[in-house]
Write a protein that binds this ligand. Structure first.
Ligand SMILES: *Cc1c(COP(=O)(O)O)cnc(C)c1O
Length: 376
């Protein structure tokens, strides 16, 4: 029985919706399915304005354009994140100021942010790792005090909450991903959330190649033209149709993922002196984006991975701390980021997807138990 790390889930309705999109004779962006997806998020999570994009990477690039990021601006972000979180801002000439992660989980350590703020700080990007909320009250109050913007990288955070607020509804802007590895997918896909009213109009223009085509389609202007800089960030209706089928099943998907997550958490609880399990702060709700463990060393993680792989169980480590990346290491001017290094070397993600069965989870748990307790 081979257990892959991830299987993208299809609800069964995707093909029917894609067929509908084809028969509607409107396959480019901003058709009916795009509107249905956007309304879904705006209604369910109280996001002020949402725009589908072709990826979370694109949504982040749109955010950087929208915030007029230019050379010399400083962006504070965790080192332990995906490249796109910061690459979008590097493309605009920004300098990235990397922050370390928490001891309890890989989220940005909010107590270390204030010392990184300078008059050039323009944006901070909290990344809700594995869908676990960052301490947003502290981050938003720093933003207010020092007058900078907050862009939530909520790529992993669909249907997750900070206190009673949905992730993605708190920062000035937020970005989501519908890549096939996330809870809900469209193969590739993303979304920007605009919670700060002042950015709504311009976001639409930047997303439409710098034109006011969206206003034209709504009949607000009688021709459309070049208004601003921009790019092509709209997904086609085929992507939106696929995504809408997934969104309709979101509650079911979440129930199953949370069951699997709890099964791992209970089944591995006796190993707590050997490995660290995810620690959720009391303000964070669990969206079961991933279940990870933190080993004691890189050597231990490597040998656990190959032990599991010999039993046909695929696992995956995650980000490589960006401050030590090939691209950024010579540009990095900050100090040691101890926790980012630890997660880079020691964090391991276990299979977690809708179709994973209870029996498969049991066999993964018992393989890990064997590794730590029965191996010579
Ligand atoms: C997956 C991911 C992204 C990128 O998402 P794409 O839709 O693949 O561009 C960005 N940030 C984080 C934290 C991610 O996990």
């Amino acid at each position: 029985m081979k257990i892959p790390f991830n299987i993208p889930y299809s609800t069964g309705k995707e093909i029917a919706y894609i067929k509908n999109a084809i028969s509607s004779r409107k396959l480019s962006g901003d058709g009916e399915y795009t509107k249905l997806c956007q309304s879904f998020f705006e209604n369910k999570y109280n996001f002020k304005k949402t725009l589908l994009t072709t990826s979370c990477t694109d949504a982040l690039e749109l955010a950087a354009l929208l915030l007029d990021i230019k050379e010399g601006d400083e962006i504070i972000a965790p080192s332990y994140t995906f490249v796109s979180t910061v690459n979008a801002f590097v493309l605009r000439g920004a300098t990235i100021v990397f922050a370390d992660s928490n001891k309890d989980n890989p989220n940005i350590d909010v107590d270390k942010i204030e010392q990184l703020i300078t008059p050039k700080t323009k944006v901070i990007i909290p990344v809700h790792y594995a869908g676990i909320a960052c301490d947003m009250d502290k981050i938003m109050s720093l933003a207010k005090k020092y007058n900078f913007f907050v862009v939530e990288d909520a790529a992993l955070s669909i249907d997750s909450y900070y206190k009673d607020k949905p992730l993605g509804s708190i920062g000035h802007l937020a970005t989501f991903s519908f890549h096939e590895t996330k809870n809900v997918s469209a193969g590739e896909g993303g979304m920007i959330v605009i919670n700060d009213e002042q950015f709504v109009k311009r976001a639409e223009i930047i997303r439409e190649k710098g034109t006011n085509r969206s206003a034209f389609y709504r009949g607000e202007v009688n021709k459309y033209g070049w208004m601003d800089i921009g790019s092509s960030f709209l997904p086609s209706e085929i992507t939106a149709a696929y995504l809408y089928a997934q969104l309709q099943e979101l509650d079911n998907i979440q129930i199953r993922r949370i069951q699997i997550w709890k099964q791992y958490d209970d089944g591995l609880a006796n190993l707590k002196n050997k490995i660290a399990l995810p620690i959720l702060p009391e303000f964070a709700r669990n969206n079961a984006n991933s279940f990870y463990i933190v080993c004691k060393s890189l050597e231990e993680r490597t040998s656990l991975m190959s032990y599991l792989s010999n039993r046909e169980i695929s696992t995956a480590f995650h980000y490589l701390g960006l401050h030590k990346s090939e691209y950024y290491k010579n540009k990095y001017k900050g100090g040691e980021l101890k926790m980012a290094d630890i997660y880079t070397d020691c964090l391991l993600r276990l299979p977690l997807y809708y179709e994973l069965t209870d029996d498969e989870v049991i066999s993964i748990i018992s393989a890990i138990q064997d590794f730590f307790l029965n191996k010579a």
